[in-house]
Design a protein around this ligand. Structure first.
Ligand code: NAG
Ligand code: NAG
Ligand code: NAG
Ligand code: NAG
Ligand code: NAG
Length: 313
């Protein structure tokens, strides 16, 4: 059962001793990434095995599978998770499907990659075909620390001033302010532009029916609800923290190594940002928020150390 972890340890020692080469293209780097990938799969299955699962794949309404995009040519199923490199991976799927001619991933406008109807998803596949795909295709997911993803969504959609933020402020921000702010200004009610992180947290943890339609938004829904990792055995489990290596492994596995995964500018100060925003919440509220993302934390082996200094789980 722990063989994979022993291999990981062994490979890691080998690399630490030999020095890790930074090209991210060598066989060894892929081997190391693959052994981490296998260890992640094993951990997901172990965790899922301990959870009281109430349903199987056949019990899910098909709409529950709409985040899983299908590429038949490369035998790939990709469960996209907003705020976890999904724009770049959607761009790659477009290039792979011949929907864009330039091989420069970043040349594709983000809005095009996100346009409705761009990709086929698993919700519209018959049960028979779905089961064949699940058996034979690579199944990819890329995950991220749940609170880091949540903060990224807040900063991008509610705090920011990008056009996509305006849309969310109008559709969601106004309602959050109406429900959770005492004596809101007319401007705040009209534009929904200044929702605080605390109000956002109150909104997410409030279980009232009136807000259910906006609480259930893919940008902050738990990854577990979007991708069902206990029902679908993902074979490529990437993490945002090791995005480049994991993406290279995925491209290699589907025979698409010719595609250059865009190198991201390293985001700095992530843990300071987390501490800054989460310090605006009291511990009971953090606890409630943690409960919402508990399965994401457990199944993908994240912990809360970086936020409250200890694990609430
Ligand atoms: C999934 O596919 C269905 C049927 O084609 C479509 O109506 C739906 O919008 C798609 N969902 C997503 C998230 O792409
Ligand atoms: C990738 O290439 C290998 C070796 O040519 C082949 O066995 C495998 O089926 C290919 N995979 C896909 C998804 O095309
Ligand atoms: C890609 O280029 C080919 C040949 O130049 C052209 O026929 C095709 O329409 C282009 N496809 C797209 C999606 O731009
Ligand atoms: C806010 O709107 C209310 C109702 O429309 C109005 O009575 C009030 O004067 C407005 N306040 C300000 C500061 O504009
Ligand atoms: C949900 O929000 C409403 C409106 O602000 C509030 O009255 C209610 O107490 C909240 N419920 C919970 C469980 O926080």
């Amino acid at each position: 059962m722990h063989a994979t972890r022993i291999i990981v340890l062994f490979v890691c020692i080998t690399f630490c001793v030999n020095g890790y080469d930074n090209e991210h293209t060598s066989e060894h780097s892929l081997e190391l990434t693959q052994s981490l990938n296998l260890a992640r799969q094993e951990l997901i299955q172990e965790t899922c095995g301990r959870l009281p699962l109430k349903w199987g794949l056949d019990d899910l309404p098909p709409s529950q599978l709409e985040h899983i995009l299908v590429d038949d040519d490369h035998k790939l199923l990709y469960c996209y998770v907003p705020k976890v490199a999904c724009t770049n991976w959607k761009r790659i799927l477009m290039i792979l499907a011949g929907k864009w001619n330039d091989t420069d991933v970043l040349s594709i406008p983000a809005s095009l990659a996100h346009s409705p109807g761009m990709f086929r998803n698993l919700s519209s596949v018959s049960k028979e075909d779905r089961d064949i795909m699940l058996e034979n295709y690579q199944k990819m997911i890329i995950v991220r620390n749940p609170f880091e993803r949540l903060l990224s969504a807040y900063r991008n959609k509610l705090e920011g001033s990008l056009p996509s933020a305006k849309y969310f402020q109008d559709r969601v921000g106004k309602r959050i302010i109406k429900a959770f702010r005492e004596n809101p200004s007319n401007e705040s009610l009209e534009y929904g532009h200044d929702v605080t992180f605390k109000e956002f947290a109150l909104f997410l943890t409030n279980r009232s029916k009136e807000l259910a339609d906006v609480v259930n938004n893919e940008h902050w829904q738990p990854i577990t609800s979007l991708c069902h990792p206990c029902l679908i055995k993902y074979t490529l489990v990437g993490k945002y923290e090791t995005l480049l290596d994991d993406s290279l492994l995925a491209l290699h596995t589907i025979n698409a190594s010719q595609i250059q995964f865009p190198r991201l500018a390293r985001t700095s100060g992530t843990s300071e940002k987390l501490r800054k925003y989460f310090s605006q919440l009291d511990l009971p509220l953090i606890r409630k928020l943690y409960k919402l993302y508990k399965y994401d934390y457990k199944i993908f082996s994240y912990d809360l150390d970086n936020i409250v200094g200890f694990d609430l789980g």
